[in-house]
Design a protein. Sequence first.
Lengths: 117, 119
Amino acid sequence: AQKITQTQPGMFVQEKEAVTLDCTYDTSDPSYGLFWYKQPSSGEMIFLIYQGSYDQQNATEGRYSLNFQKARKSANLVISASQLGDSAMYFCAMREGRYFGNEKLTFGTGTRLTIIP
Amino acid sequence: EAQVTQNPRYLITVTGKKLTVTCSQNMNHEYMSWYRQDPGLGLRQIYYSMNVEVTDKGDVPEGYKVSRKEKRNFPLILESPSPNQTSLYFCASSKTGVLMASSYNSPLHFGNGTRLTVT
């Protein structure tokens, strides 16, 4: 079974609209962390936001917020007021407690977001 | 500037010709790792290192070697590259937490990637 599932291979969104990128995860570990990364066409991986399994509140970082629904095992990324520079590939990733000692991230297959002017 | 530096950015080689991709970080991180990125598969871990002289296999280690003789450097070695190793490679580093809780929110810091083509 996939550990991280991103069901939207591609999305097209009008500039200035809000965007929700879906991510569901699968783990039996009570301790885990969820990360979102952005990969622009230039190829680098940029860390956006983090949510811990014990965090009571949804994480926010500027225009990025994470809609964390623990019971549903989902961790959707919300980008408010999208900009042309948000066009990129977005990856959801998970770090599980059982890998403590290896700071391994398990990645989804990504969603390619294109912002339309 | 805090960063992870990989070289080269692009590399084209032929089957069987040994190559090394270098990785260096200036953040004094104990943990370093290599990933490969392939379309439709996301990023997969090749090897990791918790500290100097401590390395271990990730999910797809076959055909790769690593070494960690110094804290800042973690080269990836392909002794006999094959076409199925054509991929985009990333080196990454992070702090490691002494306690489980503190280790979770340490993001991996990635290098800019090395695009390798093996013909």
